[in-house]
Write a protein that binds this ligand. Structure first.
Ligand code: GDP
Ligand code: IMO
Ligand code: MG
Length: 423
């Protein structure tokens, strides 16, 4: 069975967790391939809310192996908190959970350094989640980071940990901030490592065996295309490749196996953190949309910035990632509006373009060109097929698909698993 990749096609928080939960009913294996616990993926089952940060959103399907791929940066202490939190909620994945021995590890010193770097940036801050993601990926690229596999070699684990924390403590001392207590941090790392040992393996072998055996394999992206380190609104991005390419390198799956790429998008747009956002509604209506959509971060609780659907950005995202299928979420949030806007172009320095500009400076000054469509002004939450949607909602979806250059295959009309239909 071909592998399916699911990615966020906007600035994150598109509803990836919810769609993965729906699709994992049939999945044998779900793997995260990048990012870390900067992600917050919400799954709502029978009215109960679960927020996943590092663990794939396939936790509710008992036959599904949940895998953390090599491209993920893993905070061992946070991961255990998440595993324990799931156990408290009655979900035990310990017999179907695996972590790549190649995954890089995140420790408190990365988080502290993340916070310090943000402080130093002053008003040019990125608005990171302060989960140590950038510093951990920096250590990977600098070839000095610890990997999950090091946990299995206690002496190496301890010496590398001590080397790294000493290096960071030197930086903290130089910056005049409090240094970390090495013994205390090492004991925390060691204890977490001890508990995680049974889950660490060469996941490349497992995932490729599953593919050869024709199993249903789903690769779960975190963040979104416009937060991608190469293609996003640099420097206001995260530190990993959030798209289809990242899925291959971050899960150890060759591109030839990928036949389906699902791009998840909201029926409007949100962004959390700093950086350009051309269709942002920096007005009372933006605040209204935030309330209507419950747009507050699942990881940091920060209010999300809200705006209209941006077909310029989303079309580029779909092209870049070979998206074959669109999953559109939060249609129900627009139910009461009399009219709905879609951005079809940007005016940048007097010229109109339908191609996403690359430079943040251009995106900051880009004036969106909008097309206005009538709203449907009736509830959609109960709809379970295209036919059950009001005509104006169907027209809106058709226009989104046309502008984005891909077919809509999944429509989400509420936060719960049941409020979804496939087309
Ligand atoms: P993710 O990071 O892409 O997994 O998305 P988040 O979980 O951070 O944010 C999506 C939010 O929207 C969560 O609170 C979901 O419960 C909620 N959600 C997802 N789909 C829908 C939908 O169709 N309608 C509504 N009203 N909420 C949704
Ligand atoms: P999910 O998977 C939305 C944003 C941060 C900041 C930038 C860099 O839930 O969609 P980082 O901590 O990664 O160095 O922060 O990226 N960001 C997200 N925004 N959803 C996410 O994840 C995000 N993960 C990081 O707000 O702007
Ligand atoms: Mg999220």
């Amino acid at each position: 069975m071909p592998v399916t990749v699911l990615i966020g096609a906007q600035w994150g928080d598109e509803g990836k967790g919810k769609i993965i939960d729906v699709l994992s009913e049939n999945a044998d294996l779900v793997a995260r391939f990048q990012g870390g616990n900067n992600a917050g993926h919400t799954v709502i089952v029978e009215g109960k809310k679960y927020v996943l940060h590092l663990i794939p959103s396939g936790v509710h399907s008992e036959k599904t192996t949940c895998m953390i791929g090599n491209g993920v940066v893993v905070n061992p202490v946070q991961l255990l908190e998440e595993l324990d939190g799931l156990l408290d909620q009655g979900i035990d994945i310990t017999r179907r959970f695996q972590i790549s021995n190649r995954a890089q590890l995140v420790f408190s010193y990365h988080c502290e350094f993340d916070a310090l770097s943000e402080k130093k940036r002053g008003d040019k801050l990125i608005g990171t989640t302060k989960k140590g993601i950038g510093p951990a990926y920096s250590d990977k690229v600098n070839r000095c980071g610890l990997r999950a596999g090091d946990i299995l070699r206690p002496e190496k684990f301890e010496s590398k940990f001590r080397e790294n924390i000493a290096r960071y403590n030197k930086l903290f001392a130089e910056a005049g901030v409090e240094v970390l207590d090495v013994e205390e941090e090492w004991q925390k790392a060691k204890a977490a490592g001890e508990r995680l040992k049974p889950f660490i393996s060469d996941t490349v072998v497992t995932i490729n065996k599953a593919i050869q055996e024709d199993k249903d394999v789903l690769l779960e992206g975190a963040q979104g295309v416009w937060l991608d380190i190469d293609y996003g609104t640099f420097p206001y991005v995260t530190s990993s490749n959030t798209g289809t390419g990242g899925a291959c390198t971050g899960a150890g799956v060759a591109p030839i196996h990928i036949k389906k790429v699902i791009g998840v998008t909201k029926a409007y747009t949100t962004r959390v953190g700093e950086g350009p956002f051309p269709t942002e509604l920096d007005c009372e209506f933006g605040e209204q949309l935030r309330q209507m959509g419950g747009e507050f971060g699942a990881t940091t609780g920060r209010p999300r910035r809200c705006g209209w659907f941006d077909a310029v950005a989303t079309n580029y995202a779909m092209m870049l990632n070979g998206v074959t299928d669109i999953a559109i979420t939060k249609m129900d949030v627009l139910d009461t509006l009399t009219e709905i806007k879609i951005c079809t172009g940007y005016e940048v320095n007097g010229e109109v373009t339908s191609i996403m500009p690359v430079e943040a400076e251009d995106l900051y000054v880009a004036k969106p060109v909008f097309e206005t469509m009538p709203g449907w002004q009736s509830p959609t939450t109960e709809a379970r097929s295209m036919e059950e949607l009001p005509e104006a909602a169907r027209k809106y979806l058709a226009r989104v698909a046309e502008l984005c250059g891909a077919k809509i295959s999944i429509v989400s009309v509420g936060p719960g698993r049941e409020a979804t239909f496939q087309v």
